[in-house]
Design a protein around this ligand. Structure first.
Ligand code: FES
Ligand code: FES
Length: 159
């Protein structure tokens, strides 16, 4: 099978890698580059646990081939913390018990982080809409919404 050389920037670090045409972005991130934060769940675009940001937009990385991201700026959950210091959103997930098994959490964080960049003072309904593409099999949605709401409040106080 033919292979392709591509380059991507992940959380500010440049990487060059060789991928097969069929290699999914989530597989390249996890297996070739070691960014295991994006989890693999359904592999059909439904669960959202593989959510990352590509060129500023959240995508489900199981729905994209790695070759399609050649030259892209990618952000994964590993990039949310700043030199080991959790982001406000991560702290609020911890504070509000926004995770149980944690499998959905990387995707939830990436969707919520992107949402809060564009919505400084969201309603709970808007928060629910923002994470509708992310499924939590532990069904901890109330606490997740609490965590995102608390993050918006905290960031609002800091502005
Ligand atoms: S693994 Fe990508 S959406 Fe479920
Ligand atoms: S915390 Fe377990 S799937 Fe969401």
């Amino acid at each position: 099978m033919s292979e392709h050389n591509i380059s991507v920037t992940v959380n500010g670090t440049h990487h060059e890698l060789t991928v097969e045409p069929r290699t999914l972005l989530v597989s390249a991130l996890r297996e070739q580059l070691g960014y295991t934060g994006a989890n693999v769940g359904c592999e059909t675009g439904r669960c959202g646990t593989c959510t990352v940001r590509v060129d500023g937009e959240t995508i489900k990385s199981c729905t994209r081939f790695a070759v399609q991201s050649d030259g892209a700026e990618i952000e994964t959950v590993e990039g949310l913390a700043d030199d080991g210091d959790l982001s406000t959103l991560q702290e609020q997930f911890q504070e509000n018990h926004g995770l149980q098994c944690g499998y959905c959490t990387p995707g939830m964080l990436m969707s919520a982080d992107t949402f809060l960049r564009e919505n400084e003072d969201p309603s709970r309904e808007e928060i629910r809409d923002a994470i509708e593409g992310n499924l939590c099999r532990c069904t901890g949605y109330q606490n997740i919404v609490d965590a995102i709401e608390a993050t918006a409040d905290q960031l609002g106080e800091q502005r």
